[in-house]
Design a protein around this ligand. Structure first.
Ligand SMILES: Cc1cc(CN)n(C)n1
Length: 327
């Protein structure tokens, strides 16, 4: 029975967290993303103008899946596509001997510019894997029957290295009880229902909960527009900036803590997490860590929320569930 742990290294402003993954005989830094289900990486097949500065997977160690291709577009409109190989993948000591590796032959500029990241490792449900004609399994689904327990956990931190574990829950990483809620897998995400919110101005319109997904690949916390508006109504100098496409606030502000009720338990996001990052280097105006989820169709509990809790992604029972505990 396999278990393992791998570091999650924060990038600038915690915009993303990268973990070392061995694929074939390359070690690459991948962004673990519970909001998608493709394991893709830059490769020796990627155009040099797109892959300059990135670690590359060399498919010579793998076996091509003939006729298979993939093409993914994320919620932020970044995109990548390519072909598919089966190869050995090792994450924190957990080995998948034949994992579908999606080698990029084309990526959008967002990935080219993010030279620290060599690709993504999807941890959503394999039902939304984009490989055609036959979708393939995520790393977690590939190894889950070899794990001591079919779970992985997420322990992200603000401005510091966190970790992912596979196959076990680490009791040293949380305090108090774990609160579990059921997961609806219909959309392929770790989707749950938040009971309600409070904190900030007009108490962030408490009581209005809603459908949400736990998404390590999203930096911020996207909430119903009324909740986001209510929160910032209590923050001096905060406003919705159409040019920036979201709420901004003075970098000097100390925003109030924000509370989320899930499964009858309240989890608190420290206000400092919500003063997210300067609009550009040296700016005294910062982008807010809470934004409106308008147009998305559900709320997204990204890293601003996840770095305030210990999260358990549990597929060990008759149906998947999410656990949250105080860090
Ligand atoms: C590359 C990427 C991943 C995600 C979240 N699943 N987004 C929004 N963009």
């Amino acid at each position: 029975c396999q278990t393992g742990e791998v570091a999650a290294d924060p990038q600038l402003y915690d915009q993303s967290y990268l973990s070392p993954v061995t694929i074939g005989n390359s070690e690459l830094m991948l962004d673990f993303d519970t909001g998608s289900a493709d394991l893709w990486c830059f490769s020796t097949e990627s155009p040099a103008v797109q892959s300059a500065g990135h670690g590359l997977y060399n498919p010579s160690t793998g076996t091509e899946l003939d006729g298979a291709f993939w093409d993914i577009t994320y919620g932020d409109q970044s995109a990548a596509s390519g072909n598919v190989f089966a190869d050995k993948v090792v994450v924190g000591g957990v080995t998948a001997t034949k994992q579908a590796i999606e080698a990029a032959t084309s990526v959008s500029y967002e990935f080219t510019e993010d030279v620290a990241s060599d690709g993504l490792l999807g941890l959503a449900f394999s039902s939304i894997n984009t490989i055609l004609p036959q979708p393939q399994t995520t790393f977690f689904d590939t190894v889950r029957n070899t794990l001591a327990k079919a779970v992985f956990t997420v322990d992200l931190k603000k401005g510091a290295a966190g970790s992912y574990t596979f196959g076990y829950i680490d009791s040293s990483k949380y305090s108090g009880a774990i609160t579990y809620v059921p997961v609806n897998t219909a959309n392929g995400f770790w989707q749950f229902t938040a009971d309600g919110y409070s904190g900030g101005g007009n108490n962030a319109s408490t009581g209005r909960g809603g459908v949400a997904i736990a998404d390590t690949g999203t930096s911020l916390l996207y909430l119903p527009a009324s909740v986001a508006k209510g929160y910032y109504s209590g923050v001096q100098g905060a406003s919705f900036d159409f040019r920036q496409g979201g709420y901004t606030l003075p970098c000097s502000a100390t925003p109030p803590d924000f509370n989320v009720a899930i499964g009858g338990k309240t989890f608190t996001v420290p206000g400092s997490y919500i003063n997210y990052a300067p609009l550009r280097a040296g700016s005294s105006t910062c982008f807010g860590g809470i934004q409106a989820d308008s147009g998305i169709g559900f709320s997204i509990f990204g890293d601003v929320f996840l770095k305030a809790v210990y999260a358990i992604f549990d597929d060990s029972g008759s149906s998947p569930k999410l656990g949250f505990a105080a860090q």
